[in-house]
Design a protein around this ligand. Structure first.
Ligand SMILES: NC(=O)c1ccc[n+]([C@@H]2O[C@H](COP(=O)([O-])OP(=O)(O)OC[C@H]3O[C@@H](n4cnc5c(N)ncnc54)[C@H](OP(=O)(O)O)[C@@H]3O)[C@@H](O)[C@H]2O)c1
Length: 275
């Protein structure tokens, strides 16, 4: 019998690619979006349901779970992919912008897990995959709030993985690198408006130019979809599934060298020499 996956944030980018891969591999797919648009994804109608879900609204999470169970009988894998980005200078980032990022990236995942865990316990099995970022391995300047929102999910997921093992529920992390092909940067634009003030402007310009000139290839949507599929189906106890050449380079630097070498190399890559 086909297994069922529910994915959040499938209207574009990584979430859309993940949904397409699971459809291709023969799974039942519940593709959720804040504002469902049926023409974004295609697949056999009997195996693909497009349902409304806003991770900041627990009522929509509960409705999506009920609809998925009614359609397919169980939710074997839940992928928390929905997320938003932000680059800003910390000293002028207002509380409202910080809370907006955390409401989606962090509390959105807490909301979803709170709702899906009882269902998975009832089933006696399940896999929860939380999408964080390569930023949790190597952090560049001007993304402190975004990094904080994703680091929180890393600690949460590691703890939760031990807590849920007893019920046959696995928790996994997918850590994608940067992909300029998704809507991530464009979606963050309005939120970041005016949050790089004049005193930071030339630093930011030089730092972003360095990021654009990355020493490896960027991540691709296909690599993230593969990592999410591996995370969903792995039979072992592995927690982290990094995706993309950029993430793997950062992981190598972070975990295979000393803290001093890691910090020096990160400065060379991301901090302009004149600052
Ligand atoms: N692209 C990158 O460079 C990068 C790097 C590392 C990690 N990531 C992470 O990868 C994940 C996917 O990002 P992406 O690059 O694919 O960006 P994207 O193309 O902007 O996709 C993000 C998705 O999240 C959805 N979303 C936003 N707020 C939501 C909410 N409150 N409830 C439900 N869905 C919501 C968006 O839906 P709407 O269409 O409704 O806005 C969209 O479908 C995010 O968690 C992001 O932090 C991205």
């Amino acid at each position: 019998m086909a297994k069922t996956v529910l994915i959040t944030g499938t209207s574009s980018g990584y979430g859309k690619a993940i949904a397409e891969l699971f459809v291709k591999r023969g799974w039942n797919v519940v593709a959720t979006m804040r504002a469902p648009k049926p023409d974004i994804l295609s697949g056999p109608l009997e195996r693909l349901k497009i349902i409304a879900l806003d991770v900041t609204r627990p009522d929509t999470i509960r409705q999506a779970i009920a609809a998925a169970i009614e359609a397919f009988g169980s939710i074997d894998v839940w992928i928390n992919n929905a997320g938003i980005g932000m680059a800003s200078a910390v000293e002028i980032t207002p509380d409202s912008a910080i809370r907006e990022v955390f409401e989606t990236n962090t509390f959105g995942i807490f909301n979803a897990c709170r709702e899906i865990i009882p269902q998975m316990r009832k089933q006696g099995h399940g896999v929860i995959v939380n999408v964080t970022s390569s930023v949790t391995i190597g952090v560049m300047p001007l993304v402190a709030i975004y990094a904080a929102s994703k680091f929180a999910v890393e600690g949460y997921s590691e703890s939760l993985s031990y807590e849920l093992e007893q019920f046959g529920i696995k928790v996994r992390l997918v850590e994608p690198g940067y992909a300029p092909t998704t809507n991530f940067t464009a979606n963050g634009g309005p939120r970041m408006q005016g949050l790089i003030p004049q005193d930071y402007a030339s630093f930011a310009q030089a730092a972003f130019a360095r990021m654009a000139n990355y020493p490896t290839a960027f991540c691709t949507e296909a690599e993230v979809a593969d990592a999410a599929f591996a995370a969903a189906t792995d039979t072992g106890r592995r927690l982290r599934f990094p995706a993309g050449a950029d993430t793997k380079m950062l992981a190598q630097l972070r975990w295979s060298t000393s803290e001093d070498i890691y910090l020096d190399r990160m400065r060379e890559m991301f901090v302009p020499e004149t600052f």
